[in-house]
Design a protein around this ligand. Sequence first.
Ligand code: SF4
Length: 274
Amino acid sequence: MALSVVDIYKILPRTNCGDCGYASCLAFASMVVSEKVPLSRCPHLDPETVARYQPELDAQHAAGKWTRRDLAADAHIWARERAASMALEDLPARIGGRLTTENGASVLELPYFNSTVRISADGIRHADGTEAGRWEQVFIYNHIAQGGRREPTGRWKGLQEIPNTVSKIKSMQAHAEAPLRQRFAGRLDELVAAAERIGGERITGGGETADISLRFTPLPRIPVILRFWEGDDEVGLDPEVKLAFDETIPEHLDIESIMFLSEQLTKMLMAPEA
Ligand code: SF4
């Protein structure tokens, strides 16, 4: 059987030191399996381990094994295992939401954008009963596994101000900020309408200097602000978009999950009106 992201993750030091150029050991494992990044790029892995696993990886790359779909399945298994030790009953105090029961079993109802997800031992479902998407579940399981108790403080930080995020700044610009800028420049009324459809609200005052500042609450402990500056043709100032996160976000999400959240928010804002 092909080596999976989880298999590789298990042999890594799991310190998330970033010396390989990736923000976490999981991110590195994912790149080793899917993008042929050599194991030796982790300087903390002993040569014997590299020698043992690299030939097998080379063989599966040559055979073209492992697709993005497989990665989603693998990340899902890993995140679910990671969250499995958390008792549902303890979660409202840590990540918010409300505990209820269904057929005698505990279910956590967790606000998610302008709706809720229902989390049980069987998985994660949307309020309408449909199963949440794979990457959506990975995101929520990671939050369950990592989420600390701290409430948001209301002090906002850009991605570059959050530790160990350097490798993701360009990705944030390419996959969230630039598409939003292109879609909504000159159409801020459409941006506000799209934001309101997913539970966002316009905020003013409090030192906000953008032309539009929108606050979203994707999950109870994880607010996000989107700031949009229209720019000014006359002085050659281009439009600008920035996402900002509460300073407590590293206690609740790893960097991969912060990126998923940002891309998900972008996708939801750009979705055509139903
Ligand atoms: S170098 Fe990368 S893979 Fe190795 S321990 Fe540090 S973060 Fe993990």
